[in-house]
Design a protein around this ligand. Structure first.
Ligand code: SAH
Length: 243
C-alpha cells in the first residue's frame, strides 16, 4: 500500500526537495510513498489571491487567513479522508519517534505548512487538524518541518531501509540514545576501536552497547532517562547483562 503524503503549501517547488534523493527518493520512484502538493493560493477568492492579512490586535507580520486555509484543507480532507491532517507549528505537539511510528503505520499524512506569523487560530477550532512541532526553535516556514516529518516516516515504511531490523536499534526507539559506532581503520590518529567490538563475542558486544546507550543517555539527555522512568533498553540480540 502506498503511503500518501499531501502537502498544503505556498511553495510547492520546495518538494520533494531532499526527499527526492537517496532512500526516500528511490522509494518515491518505486511507489512506496506518493507525494501531492496543493498550492494554498489556488483557494484564495479575491482578485489579488491573498492568503494572509494583518494580525488582529496589531503587531508585526501577517497571519494566514482561516477562510482560505479551510477551503484548501476541506478539499484535501474530502479527497483523503483517511489521512490525518497535521499542521506544522511551534505551538504543536512535539514530534518524537513514537508519533513518527504511529503516522508511518497509517495510510499517509496531509500536512499544512504555515508561513509569516502563523495561522488564524480559529482554523484549529473548526477543523480536525493536529498541530505538530519539530522542536523549540522558530523556522521561517512549515515546509522544512514537513520535510523532516516526512523523512522520519518514510524511512520506516516497509521496503525503504535495507535491513528490516536497522530501524529498531536506533536512538529513541527504546527511550535511549543509541550506542556509538566505529568502523575501519582500526587505528586512526592513534585512537583504537574499543577492544570489545573486535572480540567476536556477540553477547559481550551487546552488553557493552547496552551499557554505553544508558551511560551516554544519562550524560547527554537526562531528560530521556527521567521521562522513561530510568528504563533500560533490553540488550540487543538476547545478550544478558548483570545489573
Ligand atoms: N509566530 C509563530 C512562528 C511562525 S514561523 C510563533 O512564534 O509561534 C512560520 C511557520 O513556520 C509556522 O506557521 C510553522 O508552520 C513553521 N514553523 C516554525 N517553527 C516551527 C517548528 N519549530 N515546528 C514546526 N513548524 C514550525
Amino acid at each position: 500500500m502506498t503511503f500518501a503524503a499531501t502537502v498544503l503549501t505556498l511553495y510547492p517547488e520546495m518538494f520533494p526537495g531532499p526527499l527526492g534523493v537517496s532512500l526516500a527518493g528511490r522509494a518515491l520512484c518505486e511507489g512506496i510513498w506518493s507525494l501531492e502538493t496543493v498550492q494554498i493560493r489556488d483557494f484564495a477568492t479575491d482578485k489579488h489571491r491573498s492568503v494572509d492579512d494583518t494580525p488582529a490586535g496589531g503587531g508585526a507580520g501577517m497571519v494566514m487567513r482561516a477562510d482560505v486555509l479551510a477551503s484548501a484543507v476541506d478539499d484535501v480532507l474530502a479527497r483523503r479522508p483517511d489521512a490525518p491532517m497535521l499542521a506544522m507549528s511551534p505551538r504543536g505537539r512535539p514530534l518524537d519517534q513514537a508519533l513518527v511510528r504511529e503516522l508511518a503505520a497509517g495510510p499517509g499524512i496531509s500536512i499544512l505548512c504555515g508561513r509569516f506569523e502563523g495561522i488564524d487560530e480559529r482554523l484549529f477550532e473548526a477543523r480536525p487538524i493536529i498541530p505538530v512541532s519539530i522542536g523549540d526553535y522558530i523556522l521561517s516556514g512549515g515546509e522544512t518541518a514537513a520535510i523532516v516529518l516526512l523523512d522520519a516516516c518514510i524511512r520506516l515504511l516497509p521496503g525503504v531501509m535495507g535491513a528490516p531490523s536497522s530501524g529498531t536499534d536506533e536512538s529513541f526507539e527504546a527511550g535511549l540514545l543509541e550506542y556509538p559506532h566505529y568502523t575501519r581503520p582500526q587505528i586512526w590518529e592513534g585512537r583504537t576501536i574499543p577492544e570489545v567490538l573486535r572480540s567476536g563475542d556477540h553477547a559481550k558486544i551487546a552488553a557493552w552497547r547496552s551499557e554505553r546507550a544508558v551511560d551516554d543517555t544519562r550524560l547527554r539527555r537526562p531528560d530521556l532517562i527521567e521521562r522513561h522512568g530510568g528504563a533500560r533498553r533490553p540488550p540487543p540480540s538476547g545478550a544478558r547483562r548483570d545489573t
